[in-house]
Design a protein around this ligand. Sequence first.
Ligand code: NDP
Length: 310
Amino acid sequence: MPVNVLFSARPALWPVYEPLLTKGLTEAGLDFRLSTEFAPDQVDYVVYAPNGGLLDFTAFTRLKAVLSLWAGVEKIAGNKTLTVPLARMVDHGLTQGMTEWVVGHVLRYHLGMDQHITVQDGAWTPDAPPLATERQVCILGLGALGEVAARALIALNFNVTGWSRSAKDIPGVTCLHGDDGLRNALSQAEIVVLLLPNTPATVNILNAETLALLPKGARIINPGRGPLIDDVALLAALDSGQIGHATLDVFRVEPLPEQHPYWAHPHVTVTPHIASETRPTTAAQVICENIRRGEKGEPFLHLVDRDLGY
Ligand code: NDP
């Protein structure tokens, strides 16, 4: 019997993924059918993104796994109708894109690019930036994305501290975990990068109390998820100068509403959730490998812990 793979994501992605998945599943030697429409009780695997509109998995009685095209799974991890394994996206194209974005924005702050490059005001103030060896960067979240970003910053000689839920050992990175670890990580951090998932344990991880731990004038870069930051607390910290500047790619409500104070704030850069995205060529390989594994009875890659929410 063929393996039925339902593609449930933004319709515009179907013509992009259809040939890539067809190629990958053929190369995996599988007898398969791939479609955007199947009777639910005929589906073996769902290739999933929240914007495909699928919310209720109750009728998917022979489903073996849901394979997310997104790295962030907060919109599906708590779905009670889903009772089979859920895999999230770890795609090296997505990781590379995020690393480039994070390094670029860290360098913008580190080198003071806004002061020295974009302001053509005739002022000649020859204050060279410090070397990266004198700059403290903190990455909250040392997972698929955070670890690679940390390694890239280490390669540029930044002092990198990382914080995660479990203990880690990444050469060159000061790895911390737990509540005390968070306090220690923030107390030195001149630039903070958020690469945590959105879970009940991480909501408002940057709040009035934790923002106050940072050295005055620290900069925040958030390509993780909007709810990681208490927006009211961040705006107050920006206004008081406790936080010097914030670059925000993700928000509680997206698109960021027109009247939101972040748009007009002189110390905020808004980017429209473009830090990185799943790259179809590499992501399709990850999806096909997981279907191959499912069919061979091998463990799936990148499984989500539904209790932890990531
Ligand atoms: P991973 O699941 O691989 O890594 C998550 C990291 O966060 C892990 O190090 C994990 O710790 C840590 N973490 C989770 N919960 C806690 C907690 N309660 N306390 C401390 N640390 C915690 O995710 P990715 O690196 O792949 O992605 C991170 C996030 O980036 C995604 O969830 C998504 O929200 C966002 N993203 C944003 C994009 C954009 O364009 N803006 C694009 C892609 C992703 P541990 O290692 O111990 O498990």
